[in-house]
Design a protein around this ligand. Sequence first.
Ligand code: ZN
Length: 474
Amino acid sequence: MSHIFLPDILVRVAKLPKREFEVSGETLSAALEHLCKEQKGLEKHLYHDNGIFKDHFLLTVDGELAQLDHSLDPASKVDIMLATSGGVADCSEQLSKNDIERYSRHITLPGVGRKGQHRLKASRTLIIGTGGLGSPVSLYLAAAGVGTLGLVDFDIVESSNLQRQIAHGISTLGLSKVESAKARLKDINPALNVETHNYALTTENALALICDYDVVIDGSDNFMTRYLVNDACVMLGKPLVYGAIHQFEGQASVFNHNSGPCYRCLFPKSPPPELAPNCSAGGVIGVLPGLIGMVQATEAVKLILGMGDSLSGRMLRYDALKMKFSEVRFSKRKDCAVCSETPAITELLAENAVCSTSGHSAPSFDPSVYISPKEFKELLECKDRKEAQVIDVREPGEIEICALPESIHIPLGDLEERYPELSIDSSHYVVCLGGSRAAQAVQFLQNKGFKKVYVVEGGLRRWAKEIEPSMPMY
Ligand code: ZN
């Protein structure tokens, strides 16, 4: 029978009757299993749900650090100790044989070694968005041995995601993105701890969520989230790895690192919605998020390891069509609204998070301005609809995917120039993908004196769902 000694705090938390036990077992692993069978409250503290031993405990046998497969003899004295938070050197032995083999290409790297690999293992990284950028970032960080990845996303996997969001696949269509990615990441690295947050980041939950992580990676697709994440990271002193993509161009940077500038220092204001279409409307070449995501993952690993020069104060720009990289240097703004010495923003408020590209504040109309897809269908089928014109305000690329027959195509951005083509006495039914651009168009036309202008509610997305399921959607 070997003797096992437990730290006092574990005895207290697990409500054990004493701190010394006599247990049989030929190996350290077997002895601990026996002990957990005897002392029911202990197992959840020593092991993760997947049966992996929690690596914040150090194991020693007769005064020497030992791995779980260490063999025991009846006189062995086993001490379970809690790792201290200070010394990486003390913790480096926590890498198992499997870890050392798996990460041997890291461990042999100059400046990384076992200490560096342990740092990765002990680190906690939060990835905002599990889409185009979040996919490659999470796949590579999982493979690299980052111990804990938090994933925030409230979307589900759709087929139009698969052109670039490589964490997902056919087998997870319809699943939440965070659960889909978790399954893929655990397949790459079963020891990875994945924390899924299947909801939207808001002013209410951002601080509590972000404060739990060491590094934050922004893979979001709207300005509201970007400003919110930035402000929360500044308030909590967390480094933020930025990436953004549009059509054939990408950007990457590191904010709020070692008192460096933040996102608001670079972009104090977001562009107006018409200059900031999202991926659904503007399109994105599928390989682009891979490259920008790789830059983000590289920067995250460097931050965790404390190596190299980060992109702090530099924005990397990438033009895929010209295949050119360039750099913009920037510094902290003295009047930055959030990271200056006298910040205007000291708490997360909805009004500080500017409009998102997809959900910018829709104009408010009388309900009679909206027409449901069902009513719209009846109208289109009505023979005397001569007076009624359908205007599609989406971009030309979107028309390539789907369109209603006999619709006039005027992209929202061209409406100011082209509205004189429309007869002010006719009825106009305006359609876009989701309804918000149509609402802006209707507001514009109303201001120009058009009386009979209507928004097709929910846009073509809702039309396809309720009326024409065979219509390709994006
Ligand atoms: Zn700033």
